[in-house]
Ligand binder design. Structure first.
Ligand code: NDP
Ligand code: 2IT
Length: 450
């Protein structure tokens, strides 16, 4: 039987690759999902006959546009802007904007494809989308970031809206950028609406949205540990990245009694064996969010080791939380993690593990929570921000955090429901892919050929 599925997977992927040449990350994301789904679809032929997987791999709409702007020297700069409107079967397109020099069509299509399943897993009514630009915010002044962002929104505004498409942040897009984007949208449309999430709390933002992805990823790790009557208390945790997701993962792990010993950025990682406590986290937040400095400065300040150009997976740990970017854990790294005793991987980033790394986790039967389940807390609280905007009221921190925690428990339940193997091992990859797929697929069938 396995051979029949392999053949179908190969045929399906050959078409995806031919149709989307050189979009490697998109191929990778689709392959991982198709591998889980093809056996399920064969058992449920209504999905096969309606060609749901083929339809889901084709964006509903792709918008690509020019973003010209003037830098501080008065020189003209030109970037490229994108918005992938992937799937609106269960709600308006929803997903972040990424500003990073590596951004291209294939990366945004992988992110948008994953977003559709992730948003479905949250239990909230959100379709999937993603966008961004090859603009590099690093080394730019606030004025340059504002100029670029205003130009970006001057085109994007005609494609989005609170009931159509609701962007948010991702790599390189945080509170500052969302503020500039919102201001420009409001100016162009002359309306104050919940068109973006991750807004400031004085102007329609939800409490806990900044914390949500990191907290959610940690709650998901805790839920996985519970299945083995275990918890984060006393665990040594390695975290990569030092941006929004990493910062709040550190905070929540520490609150739950774990000890985080690493952080990284694109220049290398720091190893602080004593643990990153609340005071050190305050320093880090100021360094990264205000000063916009490099992680090495943490090592200089606290007298610990900085490993230039390296990733933290060589450090012995119980739990690893990759919170930086795609493909940051390769097969070698995964082997090193497992050999050093790591038995929990909960992904704050999107697709941080390569297919080879995932194979290592599954073979070793460790607790592995893939990004579309483990990092869904961010978009879940974005969904809660949309709800609060529609009601024109705001919930307290405690209310939002309780809802986030419950959503992460529900996502875990869904993964168990669809991912439990005959021997009791929970394959969260299958669980998240199938669990996310069913609701979207049923909605697509109900809505006819659209
Ligand atoms: P930030 O921009 O706040 O931080 C990104 C961090 O990752 C920085 O430390 C950055 O280092 C590092 N990083 C980025 N690109 C690379 C690279 N190519 N190689 C090495 N390090 C890199 O982004 P977020 O924290 O918001 O996002 C991190 C991950 O989490 C991404 O995969 C994102 O898609 C995912 N995610 C984010 C959500 C959110 O709500 N923000 C929700 C769900 C997932 P440097 O500064 O040196 O570039
Ligand atoms: O990848 C993601 O889920 C995000 N960057 C958050 C998207 C959102 O709409 O909050």
């Amino acid at each position: 039987m396995a051979n029949v599925f392999d053949q179908k997977l190969n045929d399906f992927m050959a078409k995806i690759i031919a149709k989307n040449p050189s979009e490697m990350e998109f191929h990778q994301a689709v392959h991982e999902v198709a591998e889980s789904l093809i056996p399920f679809i064969e058992e449920n032929p209504k999905y096969r006959d309606a060609k749901i997987l083929e339809r889901m791999a084709e964006p509903e709409r792709v918008i690509i546009f020019r973003v010209p702007w003037l830098d501080d020297k008065g020189e003209v700069q030109v970037n490229r802007g994108f918005r992938i409107e992937m799937n609106s079967a269960i709600g308006p397109y929803k997903g972040g904007l990424r500003f990073h020099p590596t951004v291209n069509l294939g990366i945004l299509k992988f992110l948008a494809f994953e977003q559709v399943l992730k948003n479905s897993l949250t239990t909230l009514p959100m379709g999937g989308g993603k966008g961004g630009s090859d603009f590099d915010p690093k080394g730019k002044s606030d004025n340059e970031v504002m100029k670029f962002t205003q130009s970006f929104m001057s085109e994007l505004f005609r494609h989005i809206g609170p009931d159509t498409d609701v962007p948010a942040g991702d790599i390189g897009v945080g509170g500052r950028e969302i503020g500039f984007l919102f201001g420009q949208y409001k100016r162009l449309r002359n309306e104050f609406t919940g068109v973006l999430t991750g807004k400031g709390r004085e102007w329609g933002g939800s409490l806990i949205r900044p914390e949500a992805t990191g907290y959610g990823c940690t709650y998901f790790a805790e839920e996985m540990l519970k299945t083995r009557n275990d918890s984060l208390k006393g665990k040594v945790v390695t975290v990569s990245g030092s941006g929004n997701v990493a910062q709040y993962a550190v905070e929540k792990v520490t609150q739950l009694g774990g000890k985080v010993v690493t952080l990284s950025d694109s220049s290398g990682f720091i190893y602080d064996p004593k643990g990153i406590d609340a005071d050190k986290l305050d320093y880090l937040m100021n360094l990264k969010n205000i000063k916009r400095g490099r992680i090495k400065e943490y090592a200089d300040k606290y007298g610990c080791e900085f490993y230039e150009g390296k990733r933290p997976w060589m450090i012995k740990c119980d739990v690893a939380l990759p919170c930086a970017t795609q493909n940051e854990v390769n097969e070698e790294d995964a082997k090193m993690l497992v050999a050093n005793g790591c038995y929990v991987v909960s992904e704050g980033a999107n697709m941080p593990s390569t297919p080879g790394a995932i194979e290592v986790y599954l073979k070793a039967k460790i607790l592995y929570g893939p990004g579309k389940a483990a990092n869904a807390g961010g978009v879940a609280v974005s969904g809660l921000e949309m709800t609060q905007n529609s009601m024109r009221l705001s919930w307290t921190r405690e209310e939002v955090d309780a809802k986030l925690h419950q959503i992460m428990r529900d996502i875990h339940e869904t993964c168990v429901k669809y991912g439990k193997d005959a021997d009791g091992f929970i394959n969260y990859v299958n669980g998240a892919n199938i669990g996310g797929f069913v609701k979207v697929a049923d909605a697509m069938i109900a809505q006819g050929l659209v």
